[in-house]
Design a protein around this ligand. Structure first.
Ligand SMILES: O=c1ccn([C@@H]2O[C@H](COP(=O)(O)OP(=O)(O)O[C@H]3O[C@H](CO)[C@@H](O)[C@H](O)[C@H]3O)[C@@H](O)[C@H]2O)c(=O)[nH]1
Ligand SMILES: [Mn+2]
Length: 731
């Protein structure tokens, strides 16, 4: 047996999960049977047929989604790596090279100083610097971002040796200087570096505030020439030529201690209104080509601009898998979970997305490997060029994954070719985005790309170390949270209703269970149907004295209790198992309901509109700017509404209807105490009210800026009245 680089074990809960799945399946079958009985025997009036059918449809969807969740519970595994053994197996000079891609798209939503922080944290990996190249993609085509990186290139000369020599863990300057835990290091030196950092930060921020580079900051003629490129007439974010700028060249430049540095390259691909934008996937494909021409490293890391490195050892962990071909033959990528800094105590918006990024990934890891999450993913470059046994040839041989670059990255022919492959008509009539590289056609290019790679036969690995490898920004207001999910929902539907549907195409390529896994997140949107029905139907029926569930004394009632407790209990159990808390779980399930009444239905509708050929928004970048007041409220755990959004209306309406129903039910109880009949509906309304607590608070009790806007309240009350009133007339 060789030296141990990695191991895995099955999670102990597996046996329980499988047994529970069998029992729960029978319970679901019984429920469906019960629905049919009700439909056939008791539904005579039109209204009762409609009610019974709605409940049947809801429960069928819930049952299907339950089945998809179960696929993650059949074989979850936990992995462990031993980076301390790495150099026993692989000599340091044989470590593979890596190309790191950082995407940014808008200097106002993604402050350049933060992007710079991300880049610096990655350049400071504990890894031979001459083997690393950092490529920054600027889809905003902004001189502000370029300026920030010119500054960063200079600061790196001080920062990288400092990180290396003092061996610190927090290699993102902002995080390091904000923490007081500097161990035994020389405070003087730290103060000195900090003041250099602060002055850089000030320059970058002032430039962003002014909206243009202050020419006093530009000292050399070469920089002036580059900046002039952004100032030609007609230059705009969606209309400009390619700009590629090598800011640090590893082969030529050293840091202030005389050691080599990684390459740092700024790339803003060409934009032209006549060619599709392709959003992040387009940016990544163009980086794949530019980097192929310049360095062509066999490993590629993709990173969102806010996702900084929190652990300098990460690359070595990855090597523990990649350099061990027996671990997982046909390995295409190693995915780390997305984790976030600054999440408040109880995670008000479920921003951790624990289920998607951790629980489900662990579940898929035991099958053929986790999905791709866009950021924190180490790909083998070869995986972008066809399946493991059938390599696709790119148009020019310089782009082949096995091509060896012999010229320096600043050599004129290299630079010229790099510009050529970053041009927007380069992709015309090529396989890029369809069979090669990152996939086009979906707003969730990460999900689509990971899925297609796995369909081609590539496997993946989930690496979930205790200390987060990367930390990013989390949305801290409700609108950002639900809008982000809405964008995801649209993208997921685009894949699920294409010819690549996981239930058909996916299941054929990867097997039924993997197909179910991909269908799970892929079909989030259809959850809006049961959530809408359960948020309104039982309540409106209650208001009208119509009883639609079995009475408490009826044995079928027990079935409902079991199904409810079983699903919720297991959901909660997963959270606790992965070190979350009860309160975080509670907020997560609340967000699930809120999204079921906002992101999911709105995403579904927008998807349909898009399919009909009516234009919709493209990729709406999530804002990473945090205003102080808002952050304060977030830290207090208050739900932030702020300005009106149609997304808020359905769940606000639901909160009002549920409250009406609960009060009305109580009054009814006082008069004719028919508790047996009322209880299921009273429970649902009560559950709704409990979940709506922050909504009532925001409507009535609060007076801060984040309270619910009057417009939202007014529209929602109108809707609530129409729904309840309308029902009175029909029933
Ligand atoms: O036209 C674009 C739009 C976005 N981006 C970049 O894409 C990244 C993700 O954008 P963000 O607004 O932060 O979206 P999120 O929803 O937070 O991102 C998640 O979902 C995306 C798919 O919707 C994935 O691409 C991301 O990796 C994943 O973290 C950011 O670095 C952007 O700069 C571009 O480069 N070009
Ligand atoms: Mn993001």
């Amino acid at each position: 047996m060789g030296t141990l680089l990695n191991t895995y074990q099955q999670m102990p809960c597996t046996t329980f999960n499988r047994m529970f799945a069998i029992i729960y399946s029978f319970a679901i079958l019984a429920l469906i049977y019960h629905h049919f009985l009700t439909l056939i025997h008791h539904s005579t009036a039109f209204i009762s047929v409609v009610t019974a059918t709605s409940l049947l449809i809801s429960d069928l969807i819930l049952a299907f989604m339950w089945a998809t969740t179960t696929s993650f519970r059949l074989r979850p595994i936990l992995r462990q790596v031993y980076p301390e053994n790495l150099e026993k197996v692989l000599r340091k000079q044989d470590f593979p090279a890596i190309d790191i891609f950082i995407c940014t798209a808008d200097p106002y939503k993604e402050p350049p100083i933060n992007v710079v922080n991300t880049a610096l944290s990655l350049m400071a990996y504990d890894y031979p610097p001459e083997k690393m190249s950092v490529y920054v993609s600027d889809d905003g085509g902004s001189e502000l971002t370029l300026f920030a990186f010119m500054e960063a290139a200079k600061f790196a000369e001080i920062w990288l040796p400092f990180c290396r020599d003092s061996n610190i863990m927090d290699r993102r300057p902002e995080a390091y200087f904000n923490s007081n835990n500097h161990g035994k290091l020389d405070e003087h030196e730290i103060e000195e570096i900090k003041s250099i950092y602060e002055s850089m930060k000030k320059r970058i921020k002032s430039v962003v505030e002014r909206g243009e580079i202050c020419l006093d900051y530009i000292t050399d003629e070469q920089q002036r020439q580059i900046i002039n490129k952004y100032r030609t007439p007609g230059f705009g974010r969606v209309n400009h030529p390619t700009i590629i700028q090598v800011l640090k060249e590893s082969a030529k430049e050293v840091d202030n201690k005389g050691q080599l540095m990684p390459n740092l390259v700024y790339v803003s691909r060409e934009k032209n209104k006549n060619f599709p934008h392709r959003f992040k996937a387009g940016a990544l494909n163009s980086l794949l080509r530019v980097s192929a021409v310049m360095t062509n490293a066999p490993i590629v890391l993709t990173q969102d601009c806010d996702m900084y490195s929190n652990d300098p050892q990460t690359l070595k962990r990855v090597l523990c898998y990649i350099s061990d071909p027996l671990t997982r033959p046909r390995l295409g990528y190693v995915q780390f979970p997305q984790r976030y800094h600054g999440v408040n105590k109880d995670d008000t918006y479920g921003g951790e997305v624990l289920r998607l990024f951790v629980v489900n990934a662990v579940g898929m890891d035991g099958l053929q490997g986790p999905n791709n999450f866009g950021s924190g993913c180490f790909f083998l470059r070869r995986a972008f060029f066809g399946g493991p046994t059938s390599m696709l040839q790119p148009e020019i041989q310089e782009l082949r994954p096995d091509h060896v670059v012999k010229k320096p990255i600043t050599a004129p022919p290299v630079i010229e070719l790099a510009h050529h492959v970053a041009g927007c008509n380069y992709e015309n009539d090529t396989k890029w985005g369809f069979q090669m590289g990152f996939m086009y056609g979906s707003l969730v290019e990460d999900y689509f790309t990971g899925y297609r790679l796995q369909c081609e036969g590539w496997k993946s690995i989930f690496c979930h170390p205790r200390r987060p490898a990367f930390l990013g920004d989390v949305p801290i207001c409700l609108n950002d949270a639900v809008s982000q999910t809405k964008r995801w929902v649209i993208g997921l539907l685009e894949v699920n209703f294409s010819k690549y549907s996981p239930m058909v195409f996916g299941a054929q390529c990867m097997g039924f269970v993997m197909g179910l896994c991909y269908a799970h997140s892929g079909l989030w949107a259809i959850l809006s149907i049961p959530i809408i029905i359960y948020s309104f139907l039982p309540q409106i029926a209650l208001l009208n004295g119509v009883y639609i569930f079995p009475e408490v004394t009826d044995p079928w009632f027990l079935l409902y209790v079991f199904l409810f407790l079983g699903a919720y209990g297991q959901d909660c159990y997963d959270f606790i198992l992965f070190d979350s808390t009860y309160k975080r779980w509670w907020n997560d399930q609340r967000m699930w309901l809120i999204k079921g009444l906002s992101s999911y239905p709105f995403g579904l509708v927008e998807y349909i509109i898009k399919q009909l050929g009516i234009a919709t928004q493209g990729f709406n970048v999530t804002s990473k700017v945090q205003d102080d007041e808002q952050t304060k409220r977030y830290d207090q755990g208050l739900m932030e509404f702020g300005s009106h959004s149609p997304l808020f209306v359905p769940f606000t309406t639901a909160s009002i209807v549920n409250l009406f129903a609960l009060i009305f039910g109580m009054i009814r109880l006082l008069n004719d105490s028919s508790l047996e009949k009322l209880s299921a509906q009273m429970f649902i309304a009560g559950f709704g009210v409990l979940n709506s607590w922050p909504v009532y608070e925001a409507m009535i009790l609060r007076s801060d800026e984040g309270k619910m806007p009057v417009k939202t309240i007014f529209i929602s009350i109108c809707f609530a009245l129409v729904l309840c009133g309308g029902a009175f007339i029909v029933l």
